[in-house]
Design a protein. Sequence first.
Length: 105
Amino acid sequence: MKWIYLLVAILLEVAGSVMMKLSDSFTKLLYSVGVFVCYAGSLIFLTLALKYFEISVVYAVWSGVGVAILAIVGVFYFNEKMDLVKAVSLVLVVIGVIGLNLSRK
């Protein structure tokens, strides 16, 4: 269950960030409300995950995986460019998250 809490927190954070982009600087009501609902939900599930994991691991996984997913969403949905520097940087983020998870064992 603890990993589900963290996964839901990540997915809600990603959804909130996508809605932030779609809200067009909070001019579109539905997306604007979605930003706050998703971020509130994300923080609730992040807090639940903190009952089971170290804070450094939770935050690294939440932010790192969220960044990686958002970069992929940006490329495929918002037509952002993926160059070599961005790709390598994302791989390094994922390696850092894995390293933090391995360090607690």
